[in-house]
Ligand binder design. Structure first.
Ligand code: SAM
Length: 233
């Protein structure tokens, strides 16, 4: 797949590739309707299309990101339904077999979120959960029976909190992949704030990247394994 990244849009980082790898390994996108919630350049939407998604939709709050995702679809001869807006807002009332998300999740010094500019790609409040908690709460209403949400995040913003939030929404949660490594570039510049807020132990300079999934149970009477249900449990 060809991918261009316009100025002001996040170049797909390691976590994006890790999430795409999990989707590919588990065949989650095959034949599925897929929503990429924080699409940026559209890298995860493209990855889903490459893995055989039946239809691909995507959302971003940034105008240039929406343009970028549409451009990348066109460059690859694909059609994505890319809409601008806040998370699930533009797809109110729609359900998908698979929701993929690489949300902003870097904890910062303030709970005030930027309303414009490139930092919208990573700023996520003092605990890093501003978007993760919303995603976990809102995703169940946008999943088909047997459908899954798959999200990538740092251990800095809480593995247990995401598992609990997905379970609270009635999904079956699980950690699908984890990888320990040095802090990402933004977090590495914030070690003092992270230590002060108890998100990093003194002197610790590593984090784990986690791919976490939640699957909506299928009703007992329906044939299992139609959508992304094959995947996660
Ligand atoms: C970490 S980047 C992920 C980009 C891409 N999915 C990737 O993996 O490379 C997060 C993206 O979320 C977008 N974003 C931030 N707040 C949003 C919101 N409220 N609704 C939708 N998208 C948002 C940002 O503009 C940015 O493109």
């Amino acid at each position: 797949m060809r991918l261009v990244v316009l100025p002001g849009v996040l170049r797909p980082p390691t976590d994006c590739r890790m999430l795409a790898g999990v989707v590919a390994e588990r065949g989650l996108a095959r034949g599925a309707s897929v929503l990429d919630v924080f699409t940026g350049s559209g890298a995860l939407a493209l990855a889903a299309a490459a893995e055989g998604a039946r239809e691909v939709a995507a959302v971003d709050v940034s105008r240039v990101a929406v343009l970028n995702a549409r451009l990348n679809a066109a460059l690859n001869g694909l059609h994505f339904d890319v809409r601008r807006g806040d998370m699930f807002g533009p797809f109110d009332g729609r359900r998908f077999d698979l929701i993929v998300a690489n949300p902003p999740y870097v904890p910062g010094a303030s709970d005030e979120l930027p309303s414009f500019g490139p930092s919208r790609a990573w700023e996520a409040g003092t605990d890093g959960r501003a978007f993760l908690d919303r995603l976990c709460a809102e995703a169940p209403d946008h999943l088909t029976p047997g459908g899954s949400v798959v999200v990538v995040q740092s251990s800095l913003c809480g593995e247990a909190a995401t598992l609990a939030a997905l379970a609270a929404g009635g999904l079956i949660p699980g950690v699908l992949a984890r990888r320990r490594g040095p802090l990402g570039p933004v977090a590495a510049r914030r070690t003092r704030t992270l230590e002060r807020n108890g998100l990093l132990r003194p002197g610790e300079r590593e984090e784990e990247l986690l791919v976490i999934g939640g699957t909506r149970a299928e009703p007992a009477q329906s044939p299992p394994g139609t959508a992304a249900a094959k995947a996660i449990a």
